[in-house]
Design a protein around this ligand. Sequence first.
Ligand SMILES: Nc1nc(=O)c2c([nH]1)NC[C@@H]1CN(c3ccc(C(=O)N[C@@H](CCC(=O)O)C(=O)O)cc3)CN21
Ligand SMILES: CC(C)C(=O)C(=O)O
Ligand SMILES: [Mg+2]
Length: 277
Amino acid sequence: MKQTTDFVKMKNNGEKIAMLTAYDFPAAKQAEKAGVDMILVGDSLGMVVLGYDSTIPVTMSDMIHHAKAVKRGAANTFIVVDMPFMSYHLSTKDTLINACQLIQETGAQAVKVEGGDEVIDQIEALTKAGIPVVAHLGLTPQSVAVLGGYKVQGKNAAAALKLLEDAKKCETAGAFAIVLECVPQQLAKEVTSALNIPTIGIGAGPHADGQVLVYHDVLTYGVDRVPKFVKRYLNSEEMMEEGLRAYVKEVKGGLFPEAQHSFNMKEEELLSLYGGK
Ligand SMILES: Nc1nc(=O)c2c([nH]1)NC[C@@H]1CN(c3ccc(C(=O)N[C@@H](CCC(=O)O)C(=O)O)cc3)CN21
Ligand SMILES: CC(C)C(=O)C(=O)O
Ligand SMILES: [Mg+2]
């Protein structure tokens, strides 16, 4: 199992960090087998596996339910769990109680919070309490209603400078890594070289210390539209649909099940069953 300090070492050695989301047992097993460095139980699960149109309806119990399954599937991989909407804004005390629950009940290694300056006290309090924190800057989907849509952030000089300053504050507050979502690659490069902790990009170009993508986007599984920054490595949906159509066709045609899928009674039991008739 890697530790937070190993990710800093990877940055210093120029070794890229491969992160992937996972929301359940089979995906976690696959991620671990594929050699993913860090699994994110993202609140994107609300959109990708629960069918909501944003991450806002996702609750603490949703996150715990899914993170437990991920942990069972990837016991030897570093797991980060997203703190869901409003679970780290009411007070520092509520933030600590919620993060404690996420860590203790799921066995995950770290939590992730969206925001910079606005949540700096929470990042500091969590770190002081012994809970490793990943910060998340740029496009922060829990604020989609305030941002006015899923748009690229930090495009003008003022916004870029603000993001850079926020990133430095997150590092100072104790975050051990920062996710940069949907920002120009030039800004991600600048942030990456200004920080000692690793940056993990999603839609942030090639200069971040690592990359993260959503499992269902990478494999094309149940997602109708994917953001521009996604590379689809496989069309699993096509393969799955083919398999399912064949199953339905064989059931309807009486072709499944065959002898090898069926169980038998012994001859003598049959005789006794029908004996005398
Ligand atoms: N399947 C999935 N993948 C994700 O990466 C993801 C989610 N869901 N849900 C939570 C957030 C939302 N994310 C999103 C969603 C849409 C865009 C998007 O459509 N962006 C536009 C860019 C718009 C602009 O130019 O400003 C695009 O064309 O990609 C980006 C990030 C990233 N996260
Ligand atoms: C897109 C990543 C960074 C995330 O926060 C999520 O999957 O919820
Ligand atoms: Mg998230």
